[in-house]
Ligand binder design. Structure first.
Ligand SMILES: Nc1ncnc2c1ncn2[C@@H]1O[C@H](COP(=O)(O)OP(=O)(O)OP(=O)(O)O)[C@@H](O)[C@H]1O
Length: 593
């Protein structure tokens, strides 16, 4: 009950606000459901008694008219409501899926690799869409429950007035039925728990196999066999889950069928005996039979409402858990000062969540306002991790990062995130147009100024010729996977687009994490030159394995095993005997001599 209350509190106002007619239509449908059986129950005995008794044609016509017109009217209203409600089903599902995705995108980055959260997301999506049908499924059960409860009061009164024994037998059958339904739904819930991880993995491998981005590796490394094996494994596990559910609930379904047959036989036998004995008129006989049948169905209906509601509540409650999932990092409310920033890493150490190994170990580093710092080091030295901490994708395990002297955890998170224009090694372009990828604004929201700026930035990022070649210019859509006429930019072109995106954001701190790895040496030189003049007084971090980029920087920090092994200018570092930087520089220089 507590869970249902939470679901109603969290979901219903949102749904009512988005679709104001949904709940009134449910109420109208319920009203028709309540009235419908009573027309037949009260009018049919009148017709039967009139046929075997008075045989007055006028009365018969009036009764038949009430019966037919009433049922027609209610059926039409009900069908129209059901039809309208059906349209809301899909829309409600899409709307809540959107809310789930919106919430997921707002969660702290480090939670994206939290297995518990990923399982929760899977449970929320399948729980809402498949198992509970979200607001649509829950409200359908609640309205149906209310309708059935009102009907039961009426039907019990009608039957109890004539035969309390029949009422007692029906109630007994219904209680047994409800108990069996409860057992079945417990089994189903267990299967749902068991299948949530399997479904996630199943979905993951299913997508990977057809994802264009994996196409090259699949073909060249013959990975299809391995992927299919994985998929077969999860497919079998999934089948076993469903099989277990079907096998376990089979006996309950069989007993439920037998109960329905017994109840019908008893109703007809008992009331027929009473009619033969002269206790009931023929009209009462028909009234009792149809009221008993209706009561059995309605009681069965209400029992199924309760079990279904309990079951759906458990599934839909996954949404409540997900929407209240605790964020991983504390956030402050201090405003960030406008302008350039001074950044200080003070004794920063870090191990990734769920791991022991310190990827950063006591890092001390200061970057003054407008300074350009180059970070170099071997693979796995911790360079990208340092940037991830600065961008608050993770928080340090120990130590502090200060922006203008204040711990970054104290700042308003959204404002803080606006201070950085990073280009990560594993940046992603979206299936949008070129200009949308740069601005991350829909075409309809871009004005002339934005368009001019995009052209200018693409030029500055070295994409002038690329854009000129495109038939629809900056409105060209990316990726064939998304659009038939989608373009497939080369790795270098994609990297340049990511650079244009960073320049468009125009944040006070620029971070380039190996932004030139896919660029040819001429483009690399041009980009650094352009960037250096474009970013003016901004504070900048450049991570690169090509030490030539260090020429553009004021200082170089050499990382080794999570520590700053060396720090200084290029001239200072190349002269350290047996220094890490000197060795790296010498190794690279050899190839160019
Ligand atoms: N999400 C993660 N979870 C656990 N360990 C991670 C994660 N990301 C990175 N690591 C580990 O942290 C270490 C440092 O990685 P990082 O990406 O910071 O190195 P890097 O210096 O940028 O290397 P490269 O030059 O190869 O880009 C590596 O050993 C890596 O395996």
């Amino acid at each position: 009950m507590k869970k249902l209350k939470e679901i109603i509190r969290l979901m219903f106002p949102v749904a009512a606000k988005r679709f104001p007619l949904f709940f009134p239509l449910e109420a109208l449908k319920t009203l028709c459901d309540i009235l419908m059986p009573f027309i037949a129950i009260f009018v049919t005995p009148l017709i039967v008694d009139e046929l075997v008794g008075g045989k007055d044609l006028t009365r018969l016509f009036v009764y038949a008219g009430i019966l037919i017109l009433g049922e027609c009217l209610l059926t039409v209203i009900r069908q129209l409501s059901v039809n309208q409600l059906g349209k809301y089903k899909e829309r409600l599902d899409n709307y809540f899926t959107r809310l789930i995705s919106e919430h997921a995108m707002g969660l702290d980055y480090q939670l994206t690799e939290d297995k518990k959260l990923l399982d929760q997301l899977e449970k929320t999506n399948t729980g809402m869409s498949w198992y509970s049908e979200g607001v649509y499924g829950i409200s359908e059960q609640i309205f149906s429950f209310i309708g059935n409860a009102v009907k039961i009061v009426g039907l019990v009164t009608v039957i109890a007035l004539h035969t309390p024994l029949l009422l007692a037998v029906i109630l007994l059958c219904v209680c047994l039925n409800a108990y069996l339904m409860r057992l079945s739904s417990k089994v189903e819930l267990k299967a749902f728990e068991r299948l949530s991880k399997v479904n996630r993995m199943f979905g993951y491998y299913g997508w990977e196999m057809v994802d264009f981005r994996y196409g090259k590796d699949i073909r060249l490394y013959d990975a299809s066999g391995m992927l299919l094996n994985k998929w077969d494994g999860f497919s079998e596990e999934s089948y076993q889950g469903w099989k277990w559910q079907a096998d376990t609930t089979r006996k309950y379904s069989l007993i439920q069928g037998a109960l329905a047959v017994f109840q019908t036989a008893f109703t007809y036998g008992y009331t027929a005996l009473k009619t033969i004995g002269g206790v009931f008129s023929l009209g009462i006989f028909t009234q009792m039979v149809s009221a008993a049948e209706s009561l059995f169905n309605t009681l069965g209906g209400i029992a199924s409402n309760i079990t279904d509601l309990l079951k759906k509540t458990n599934y839909a409650y996954e949404y409540v858990i997900f929407m209240n999932y605790p964020q991983a990092m504390p956030k402050g409310d201090k405003p960030v000062q406008a302008g350039e920033h001074r950044i200080e890493f003070r004794n920063v150490s870090f191990a990734y969540p769920g791991t022991e190994k310190k990827v950063l170990d006591g890092v001390n580093l200061t970057v003054e306002k407008g300074e350009r710092l180059s970070i170099v080091g071997l693979n796995g030295a911790g360079k990208t991790t340092l940037i991830k901490l600065l961008c608050r994708l993770y928080d340090p395990t120990d130590g502090q990062i200060l922006l203008d002297g204040t711990d970054i955890r104290e700042y308003d998170y959204d404002q803080y995130m606006k201070q950085f224009s990073p280009v990560f090694q594993d940046f992603r372009l979206f299936g949008f147009t070129v200009s949308e990828n740069v601005t991350l604004k829909g075409r309809e929201n871009m004005d002339e100024k934005d368009r001019l700026r995009v052209s200018d930035l693409l030029k500055q990022a070295g994409l002038e010729k690329f854009a000129d070649k495109l038939e629809s210019g900056e409105d060209a859509k990316l990726f064939k996977y998304m659009e038939e006429d989608g373009i497939e930019p080369s790795g270098g072109e994609q990297q340049k687009m990511a650079l244009a995106r960073a320049l468009y954001k125009d944040a006070p701190v620029i971070i380039l994490d190996e932004p030139t790895a896919a660029l040819d040496p001429v483009a690399e030189y041009e980009i650094y030159k352009q960037f250096n003049s474009l970013i003016q007084d901004k504070t900048a971090f450049y991570i690169s394995h090509r030490l030539s980029s260090c020429r553009f920087c004021d200082h170089i920090a050499v990382f080794s095993e999570g520590r700053v092994a060396e720090y200084g200018t290029h001239d200072e570092l190349v002269n350290i005997p047996d220094g890490v930087y000197a060795a790296m520089f010498e190794a690279q220089a050899q190839y160019y001599r």
